[in-house]
Design a protein around this ligand. Structure first.
Ligand SMILES: [Zn+2]
Length: 250
């Protein structure tokens, strides 16, 4: 019989199943994301009840199966991103990040780097760092998991690094002023936006303290990253629409 094991994970989402049970998707550190069945979890006093709620993470116990549903049996330590959970704006950013993970990664795909990156991104938002910037970094750096490799470093034609650049969807990268003339797929982001997009796509989250970006640049970055996602990724996440609508509330 399959043994119950301990594993670290972050809840991606959960949903009720029949009266007392739940299905919960967890991004585990050592086995990728998996769907778990949690029995009787909606009963009072079941410690799992809280542990499978949004924005929780911790060390769980369960039976992990690659080819079918896994079973969640218990929880050893549990933590929550408290600030995110309490703030509708922050929770909108965090939900979008978790949805991106779910969309980018196949079930059971081992990806401890993405696990660490996701956890650290949420921790930084929870600690009060700029949620939009963290989200932009996450969006840019998770592109490779969608199979998208962009060259934001140098002109895709001549390798020039010092020029002013525009972004070419056709070349999947930036092109200098000499090489952008014939390109109908050109997105003329300002040189500043290309600069910041390049920086955010390479930055390590440990360096985040040194970032300071104006609201105007942030708005342009939002548009540029949306353009990249429309062009290369093509997913429609409700959580992203919600984030976009949220801007009108302020
Ligand atoms: Zn060039």
């Amino acid at each position: 019989m399959l043994q119950s094991v301990e594993f670290r994970g972050i809840v991606l989402f959960s949903k009720d199943y029949k009266e007392k049970d739940c299905l919960v998707k967890i991004f585990t550190e050592h086995a990728g994301k998996m769907m778990f069945f949690a029995r009787n979890v909606q009963r009072k006093n079941n410690p799992l009840k809280q542990a499978i709620m949004n924005f929780h993470y911790g060390t769980y116990m369960g039976k992990l199966q690659r080819d079918s549903l896994s079973f969640l049996n218990g929880v050893k330590t549990i933590d929550v991103f408290q600030r995110i959970q309490a703030d509708i704006f922050l929770s909108a950013f965090a939900t979008y990040i978790l949805n991106l993970v779910d969309a980018a990664l196949e079930d059971n795909e081992y990806d401890p780097n993405l696990y660490g990156f996701t956890k650290q991104s949420l921790q930084l938002i929870d600690q009060g760092y700029d949620a939009q910037i963290i989200t932009n970094i996450f969006e840019l750096q998770i592109l490779s998991r969608f199979g998208v490799q962009l060259n934001l470093h140098s002109c895709a034609v001549c390798g020039e690094t010092q020029e002013k650049f525009a972004f070419s969807a056709y070349m999947s990268g930036i092109v200098c002023t000499k090489h952008c003339l014939q390109d109908k797929t050109l997105y003329k982001a300002s040189p500043q936006i290309i600069h910041f997009a390049r920086m955010l796509s390479n930055i390590h989250l440990n360096q985040i303290r040194s970032i300071n970006i104006s609201d105007e640049i942030k708005q342009e970055l939002r548009i540029f990253i949306d353009t990249l996602y429309d062009e290369y990724v093509g997913i429609n996440l409700k959580s992203k629409k919600f984030l976009d609508q949220m801007k009108d509330w302020i």
